[in-house]
Design a protein around this ligand. Structure first.
Ligand code: HEC
Ligand code: HEC
Ligand code: HEC
Ligand code: HEC
Ligand code: HEC
Length: 345
């Protein structure tokens, strides 16, 4: 069949012309993207390579904990300056989709948990969505199942994966829901004349940010619940964990979630009454779906009480506020506790 007739009868004529044009443009500039899927000794695709087209995703990943998994000073210290090689498999892994146990890589360890660690399998990039664009500079396998539940993250986050599997909270979400917030956009962005051709015709769809937030605050507000009931001279505090994992979670190092209770007087002055700590070391955690209760003595001049929950590492690093709650203490509550005096704003 002559090409002219093929084009004439095809309903996709403009698309085919564009594809031909892109093909010729690629040949003309000698483009080859073979390096993107190569994981051989001495050659490991870098996130910078991917960032030529996956602009937003690469920017997010660059400031995520996964980018620092190997260079993190705490990791360096804990491995006695990189002497413990048994730690490398999760902190600088080869592609993980091909195996249930991450394998250490010999090259480019400073890239940490990089793009191909999570996406490359059998020479193709595995993604959750059907591509909508014209041209694929690298082979693509569509396999949404590979990203569901806790299986992908759980290859390295083993303790958290077990907690997730055991959690029986209603509407249990997978890890992406909170640690990779949803966003609508195209998969690639044009940065040059060549990438402009690749992006052509792509449609925006629901994607997930690659921020891997340490403590996603949007989720924390609804999933970490602070309750305060006041009685004369006393406050009963309840912390409920509706996350699908321990509060705090984490297998390595020490993470502490602190609930700080302060009394606010009529003039607005604050006095810290109590600091209650939950820590991943030693098992003093709030398991998924459970609550912890404790009582705090409150001064007579307190007009309101404020509870703030925050997360940090043992050395005080990475402090992130999780949620807070303030309740007024009414005079009734001070004098007539037996008549349902608890304040519930
Ligand atoms: C820790 C594992 C992990 C790392 C590292 C990672 N990704 Fe992803 N990526 C995922 C997951 C999980 C999804 C699925 C999100 C979804 O369902 O939309 C995804 C989705 C994608 C998608 C499809 C768009 C979307 O959000 O659905 C692209 C493209 C992508 N990643 C590229 C990259 C690039 C480029 C890098 C490096 C800069 C990278 N990824 C690093 C886990 C990872
Ligand atoms: C020259 C541009 C370019 C480069 C460089 C590039 N990609 Fe892509 N990638 C694309 C295009 C175009 C698509 C298909 C988008 C579409 O058609 O919707 C894609 C699709 C993907 C998908 C599948 C998303 C899905 O859900 O279907 C993944 C995963 C992915 N790329 C990862 C990577 C990784 C990792 C790197 C770096 C090693 C990389 N890409 C480098 C252009 C590029
Ligand atoms: C290949 C192993 C690996 C995979 C797969 C992986 N992670 Fe990680 N992740 C790590 C390592 C190692 C760190 C520690 C980085 C650091 O701070 O040094 C980390 C850190 C994190 C952190 C910050 C917590 C902290 O205390 O530093 C979050 C949140 C996180 N990962 C979420 C995810 C999610 C969500 C997924 C699945 C989409 C995932 N990870 C997949 C290895 C992995
Ligand atoms: C409902 C939202 C939500 C879901 C779903 C979720 N997390 Fe979390 N995650 C949080 C919040 C909020 C925190 C901060 C409090 C904490 O440390 O427990 C957190 C903390 C973490 C931390 C960091 C612990 C620290 O303080 O350094 C890791 C690692 C983590 N989650 C991994 C995962 C993995 C893996 C999954 C899937 C199996 C997952 N999370 C599912 C909300 C969520
Ligand atoms: C099975 C995979 C895996 C192995 C093996 C592993 N790690 Fe990790 N490491 C992680 C994950 C996932 C995180 C982040 C969340 C958590 O703590 O669960 C992490 C976090 C850390 C952190 C905390 C970084 C911070 O910001 O506080 C240190 C330190 C660390 N690892 C050191 C080590 C050392 C030392 C070894 C070897 C003895 C090791 N890891 C082996 C998966 C692993």
């Amino acid at each position: 069949m002559p090409w002219s007739r093929f084009f004439k009868h095809s309903s996709q004529t403009p698309a085919l012309w564009l594809a031909c044009f892109i093909g010729i443009a690629m040949l003309a500039c000698g483009c080859s993207f073979e390096n993107l899927t190569r994981v051989t000794p001495g050659s490991f695709a870098t996130p910078q390579d991917c960032g030529e087209c996956h602009v937003d995703i690469t920017r997010e990943w660059t400031s995520s904990p996964h980018a620092r998994a190997y260079t993190n000073p705490r990791y360096r210290q804990a491995t006695d300056d990189y002497h413990f090689t048994q730690c490398i498999p999760c902190h600088a892994p080869l592609p993980t989709l091909t195996t249930d146990t991450p394998q250490a890589r010999a090259d480019s360890r400073e890239l940490g948990v990089s793009c191909v660690s999570c996406h490359l399998k059998d020479g193709a990039m595995v993604g959750p969505q059907q591509p909508t664009g014209m041209v694929k500079p690298h082979p693509i396998t569509v396999d949404p199942k590979a990203f569901e539940g806790a299986q992908m993250c759980g290859r390295c986050h083993r303790g958290t994966k077990s907690q997730w599997a055991a959690s029986t909270i209603p509407d249990k979400h997978d890890c992406r829901h909170c640690h990779m917030p949803e966003v609508t956009r195209t998969i690639t962005k044009a940065t040059s004349e060549i990438s402009r051709l690749f992006v052509a015709m792509e449609k925006a769809a629901a994607e997930h940010r690659h921020s891997f937030d340490l403590a996603p605050t949007i989720a924390a507000d609804q999933a970490i619940i602070l309750d305060i009931v006041t009685h004369p001279g006393l406050a009963n505090v309840t912390l409920t964990n509706r996350l699908p994992h321990n509060l705090p979670t984490g297998d390595f190092g020490v993470r502490i979630v602190t609930v700080e209770l302060s009394a606010i007087d009529a003039a607005g002055g604050a006095l810290i009454l109590d600091s209650h700590e939950f820590t991943s070391a030693g098992g003093a955690v709030v398991p998924s779906g459970e609550s912890m209760h404790w009582s705090v003595t409150i001064p007579a001049n307190a007009a309101s009480l404020r509870a703030v929950a925050y997360r940090q590492g043992r050395d005080g690093a990475d402090r992130v506020s999780l949620t807070q709650r303030q309740v007024a203490i009414t005079p009734t509550a001070q004098t007539q506790p037996e008549k349902g005096a608890a304040t519930h704003p």
